[in-house]
Design a binder for this molecule. Structure first.
Ligand code: HDC
Length: 739
């Protein structure tokens, strides 16, 4: 179908001749109403005449087209746009084409030469475009062209002023592309080579004659058509040829070591590698650029070697997918080391939705807890950092578009419970590359070691949307496959909310992919808003199973497999459905609000429980916080209740609370045979708890001057005893409250 501009209103600046005239005629021929702007100045900006614009308007009208003339300078941007609004009622397309030259060698460039060129090219384009911007925003459509020049891109003798202005227009265009994206305003830049008044002074006449403006106009028309979604591009065009330009960045080298000064000698030593464009990346946004630089910080912090090249990470920033399995499979990524402390374990637990609201979570959130542990699914973090730090893009045969990368599946197997701090090293191999038609799947096997001992194995499956069709195989014997759940009602269902900031929190564990936080980046992948990390939902599901079927005991966790079937949006609720089949728990996760299955074919393998069943009382050792806080709370309640109420408590619940205070005050709570009353069933057992405080501190607590919790932390209130899970004590506290 011919590309029509029927109903569109176009402003072309500098349209009295050359390229501008050609654009104006071409737009009008395809149905657009055109504002033909031309000041009628000479090529150096002198003089003023309406003749040039009028002539083009006449030409258009003679062919039955719609056009009006405007003779204002582009520095009066508002007036140009007003002409369009007055004549045609709207403005859809702005082609910033007007320009003049003041060529001088740099030493001879005067202030005036400089200022005039900046004013007409850069400032003029800014003023005209700004005047049109809100109209385009409101109508949710706009197409803008900036005219740069090879002189700006490459530099050209005698054109310092012009080069600066022209590349300035590219910077302007790049930012308008970012800001306009959500309003369907696209802004692109062209660097045309055509015979015109500006080029006839620097080119031989027959070359000028053969570089016709009509060899440039079709690109401008396409870029301005509603069907064209190109945005933020830079194109060289001339003689019937069009090429796109982009930034390329070498992999670079880290020249700094933790806690050591960065020196020019280190830069010198790495210079060849810094400038080596082998396996160069193509960052296409500030986020992509920054992200890789940020990864340097973690690399340096984890004391990565000088000479590493983490700026290639994460995944590939290259566009223009090119996948070659025979080159990629078997390749190893540089091995990485990951150092962590309790902080990372806690941050991760918070990232996958743990909260102090659930007392059972405290063992994963508080380093002072006697059973403080790392969540088993944290096992993906050290290995993930190996990919983030090393970069898939450095692998030959994997030229992938990072904006199209989704996490497809994950398998994790632990060979021993994870430590809560230490240094782990990871070795990553490209296990296979599959052609799934709609995408490519890259399987990465990662072994993670502590010292020489294997701690865990991960298989990452990375789905690169749109990168399929390269003629590869569809399945792999190396893949850990998802398993469908049994065809019966689930044995357990847990519903848990993610928060609006879930991804913002989870990313602090090391996956800085802007897909999860930056709306513009998410839009590049076709998402309306940032999506949650697959591994975050994975962490939710993993801990649901651990709580439901393994008493939150990390040592019982063996392995987990998950397929990410659909994206989750931060703030949605996850409904985890679980089926117990021996030691395997099949899992399926849905978004509660939509019913969509987001984790499919998932399962968790558990080790058999050793010893007591989960129904037995859990002994709490002296000094453990989870119980202590609650005990301290009980102590406070008891003192508040006073002796009369204590008696009542004893009577109602069949408890025996006594005070034995000589040199110290001691309280003993004895839940006789489950305490009777409300405390039957799984809460049966006996709890003997002793609070020990000095008389002085006891009085402080009794008179409310010192909160029991504070007394506990200050070591003034000591607690000793065995009792069932604190959760049950919360129940007890509620019962006290009823009294
Ligand atoms: C740390 C470094 C490594 C990690 C890199 C990732 C970095 C992270 O920051 C990124 C993320 O966390 S992204 C968030 C989590 N992931 C998602 O939300 C993806 C959700 N899934 C989808 O949208 C689709 O399944 C989709 C788009 C993936 C596939 O949908 P379709 O194209 O419609 O595919 P479909 O027609 O259903 O099936 C075609 C073939 O592909 C297989 N397949 C489908 N989903 C898959 C998936 N999720 N993983 C792997 N393979 C998958 C199908 O089985 C089918 O193949 P076959 O016919 O051989 O069975």
């Amino acid at each position: 179908m011919p590309l029509s501009f029927e109903g569109r209103v176009v402003l072309v600046t500098g349209a009295g001749g050359g390229l501008g005239r050609e654009y104006a005629l071409a737009f009008a021929e395809r149905g657009a109403a055109v504002v033909v702007n031309d000041l009628g100045a000479d090529t150096k900006g002198g003089g003023k005449s309406s003749a040039a614009a009028d002539k083009v308007v006449e030409e258009i009208r003679a062919k039955g087209g719609k056009a009006v003339a405007n003779y204002d300078s582009v520095e009066d941007g508002e007036k140009l746009i007003q002409t369009a609004l007055d004549a045609f009622g709207r403005i859809d397309i702005v082609v910033n084409n007007a320009g003049i030259l003041r060529d001088r060698s740099f030493a001879r460039t005067s202030d005036l030469d400089w200022d005039l060129i900046q004013r007409i090219h850069l400032r003029g384009s800014f003023l005209v475009t700004r005047a049109a911007w809100n109209h385009m925003k409101n109508q949710k459509f706009g197409r803008i062209i900036m005219t740069a020049s090879a002189a700006g891109i490459y530099g050209n003798f005698g054109q310092a002023n012009y080069s600066a202005a022209k590349l300035g227009m590219l910077g302007l265009s790049n930012t308008l592309a970012v800001e306009g994206r959500k309003y369907n305003i696209c802004c692109n830049t062209i660097a045309p080579v055509a015979g015109s008044r500006l080029t006839e002074t620097v080119m031989p006449p027959d070359l000028v004659a053969s570089l016709k403006p009509e060899y440039v106009a079709p690109l401008v028309l396409w870029l301005c058509h509603e069907q064209c979604q190109e945005n933020g591009g830079l194109f060289e065009v001339g003689a019937g040829w069009i090429g796109k330009l982009r930034w390329e960045r070498s992999q670079g080298r880290i020249v700094r070591q933790k806690n050591k000064p960065m020196t020019p000698e280190a830069v010198q030593a790495e210079w060849d590698k810094i400038c080596d464009f082998t396996n160069a990346t193509k960052p296409a946004s500030v986020q992509e650029s920054l992200q890789s630089v940020v990864s340097v910080l973690s690399e340096v912090e984890s004391e990565g070697e000088v000479g590493a090249n983490p700026t290639a990470a994460p995944a590939s920033m290259a566009s223009g997918a090119g996948i070659n399995p025979s080159e990629a499979v078997g390749q190893k990524l540089p091995s990485t080391s990951f150092s962590f402390t309790q902080t990372q374990c806690i941050l991760y637990a918070l990232g996958v939705g743990m909260s102090t609201k659930d007392p059972d979570h405290l063992r994963f959130l508080y380093e002072g807890h006697p059973d403080f542990s790392c969540l088993p699914t944290f096992g993906v973090i050290p290995s993930q950092s190996s990919m983030m730090g090393g970069g898939l893009s450095s692998v030959p045969g994997l030229d992938i578009d990072f904006t199209q990368v989704l996490h497809g599946e994950q398998y994790l197997e632990l060979y021993k419970p994870l430590p809560t701090s230490g240094t782990l090293t990871s070795e990553t191999t490209i296990a296979d590359v599959l052609d799934k038609g709609s995408g490519a799947v890259i399987l990465l096997d990662v072994n993670t070691y502590s010292g020489g001992e294997l701690v865990c194995y991960n298989q990452f499956s990375v789905f690169v949307v749109g990168a399929g069709g390269f003629g590869g195989k569809r399945s792999s014997e190396k893949a850990k496959v998802p398993l469908p759940p049994p065809k019966r009602a689930p044995d357990a269902v847990v519903i848990d909310s993610t928060t609006r900031d879930q991804a913002a929190l989870y990313r602090l564990s090391g996956d800085w992919n802007p897909l999860h936080i930056d709306p513009s980046f998410a839009a590049l992948g076709g998402f309306k808003s940032p999506i949650l990390h697959g591994l975050c939902s994975f962490g939710f599901a993993g801990r649901h199973v651990l709580k439901q079927f393994a008493d939150n005991d990390p040592s019982r966790f063996k392995a987990i497999k998950v397929r990410f079937a659909k994206p989750v949006i931060p703030g949605q609720s996850l409904q985890t459905e679980m089926w117990k089949e021996g030691s395997r728990i099949h899992v399926q996760c849905k978004v509660k609000e939509t019913g969509a299955v987001v984790l499919a074919g998932a399962y968790v393998d558990l080790h058999e429980a050793a010893g007591a069943s989960s129904q037995n009382p859990t002994p709490v050792q002296e000094g453990g916080l989870q119980s202590e806080l609650v005990f301290a709370e009980i102590g406070r309640r008891i003192t508040e209740l006073g002796s009369e109420l204590v008696k009542k408590v004893n009577a109602v619940f069949g408890w025996e609370i006594t005070k034995d205070g000589k040199s110290a005050a001691q309280w003993t709570i004895d839940l006789k045979n489950g305490g009777g009353g409300l405390h039957k069933g799984p809460y049966s057992g006996k709890a003997d708890v002793t609070f020990t405080v000095s008389d002085e501190d006891f009085m402080e607590v009794v008179t409310g001057k010192l909160m029991p919790q504070k007394a506990f932390f200050a070591g003034k209130l000591k607690v000793k005893g065995n009792i069932m899970l604190s959760q049950k004590l919360e129940v007890i506290l509620k019962d006290y409250a009823k009294l």
